[in-house]
Design a protein around this ligand. Structure first.
Ligand code: 15L
Length: 281
C-alpha cells in the first residue's frame, strides 16, 4: 500500500526554474535522499552536503562534507550557488547543545555565507513544531504566534526569525516550509492531518524555488489531507498545489490506534509526542 515514489515522479510535469548551481544541505537524511535526484533535474550542478556519509557524486553533482557549526566550512559550501535548500541539522527533539550547534549556529553560518556570496534565495526546512503547542482542535495559519514545543521547535523558530531578518536587512528571499510529517505513509492518526507525501514535498520545494517573488514567506508542508490544522491561504502566491492525500491510509491508521486518550498531551497538541519530550537533565 505504501507508495514510495520513484525519483522521476511528482512535479516533473510542473514548470521548474533552471538553476546553474543549487545547494542541498542535509543530503544524507531521509528527506535529503528523497530530494537529491529530484533537485538534480532543476540545475546544471547540484552541490550536496551533510556531516554523514552520502552517496558518491553522480553526473553534475558535487559532494561536500561540512559541519554546519563550522563557519569557514559553510562559507566555502555556499560559494557559487544561486539558491539553497536547507534541510541540514538535527531533525528531532532532543538535548539543547547539539540543536544549538547544528540548527542555530548552523543556520546563522548559512545566512552569513549567503549574504557574503550574494545568494538570492533559501528554501528553509522549518517544522510544524514551531507551532506544536496549538491544540489539535485549532486551525492556525502562519500569522498566528509561534508556540514551539521543544528545543527543536525553538531552533526552527529561530531559523524563521533569522531568515526574516536576512530578508528585511539584506534582501535574501526565504520560503520557510513548516513541514508536517513527510514519510512514505502516515504512521498514526496524528499524521492523517500532518502527512506530506514525498511527491508533494517535491512540489512544495520546487514551488518555493520557482515562484518569481517570495520575499519572506511561511507555508505549512502538508498534503491535501481531509483533516487539517493548518491554513495555507496566506501562502497561495507560492503556487503550491498538493496532489496526494492521507485519506487512503485512514482505515489502517485508525486500526493501528483504535482508541485515543485525549487527556494525553501527545494526543491533545499538534506537535504530538514532541510536546512531552525532556527535560534532559
Ligand atoms: C519533524 O519536524 C521531524 O523532523 C520529523 O521527524 C517528524 O517527527 C515530524 O516533525 C512530525 O511532526 O511528525
Amino acid at each position: 500500500m505504501a507508495t514510495v515514489p520513484s525519483s522521476t515522479s511528482a512535479a516533473s510535469a510542473a514548470p521548474a526554474a533552471r538553476f546553474d548551481r543549487l545547494l542541498l544541505t542535509g543530503a544524507a537524511g531521509a528527506l535529503g535522499q528523497v530530494l537529491r535526484p529530484r533537485l538534480k533535474r532543476l540545475c546544471r550542478v547540484l552541490r550536496v552536503s551533510d556531516i554523514a556519509a552520502m552517496a558518491a557524486a553522480g553526473d553534475g553533482e558535487e559532494v561536500v562534507v561540512a559541519p554546519l557549526q563550522d563557519g569557514a566550512a559553510v562559507h566555502a559550501l555556499v560559494e557559487g550557488v544561486e539558491a539553497i535548500v536547507h534541510l541540514g541539522g538535527v531533525s528531532v527533539e532532543g538535548p539543547f547543545e547539539p540543536i544549538l550547534q547544528a540548527n542555530i549556529v548552523g543556520a546563522w553560518n548559512l545566512y552569513e555565507a549567503a549574504r557574503k556570496h550574494g545568494t538570492k534565495r533559501v528554501v528553509f526546512a522549518s517544522s510544524n513544531h514551531v507551532t506544536g503547542f496549538y491544540r489539535q482542535d485549532e486551525v492556525i495559519s502562519p500569522r498566528d504566534p509561534m508556540r514551539p514545543d521543544g528545543h527543536y521547535g525553538l531552533s526552527k523558530a529561530f531559523g524563521e526569525n533569522l531568515s526574516r531578518f536576512y530578508f528585511d536587512r539584506y534582501g535574501i528571499e526565504t520560503v520557510c516550509l513548516r513541514i508536517g510529517s513527510s514519510f512514505p505513509e502516515p504512521k498514526d492518526r496524528r499524521m492523517l492531518a500532518t502527512w506530506l507525501s514525498y511527491d508533494d514535498l517535491e512540489r512544495l520545494v520546487v514551488a518555493g524555488l520557482s515562484a518569481p517573488v517570495v520575499g519572506h514567506s511561511v507555508v505549512y508542508g502538508l498534503s491535501d489531507n481531509a483533516t487539517t490544522w493548518w491554513d495555507n491561504t496566506l501562502a497561495a502566491h507560492i503556487g503550491y498545489r498538493p496532489k496526494d492525500s492521507s485519506e487512503p491510509f485512514r482505515a489502517a491508521a485508525e486500526a493501528r490506534q483504535p482508541a485515543l486518550d485525549t487527556s494525553d498531551p501527545a494526543v491533545l497538541f499538534q506537535g504530538g509526542g514532541f510536546v512531552t519530550k525532556g527535560p534532559y537533565e
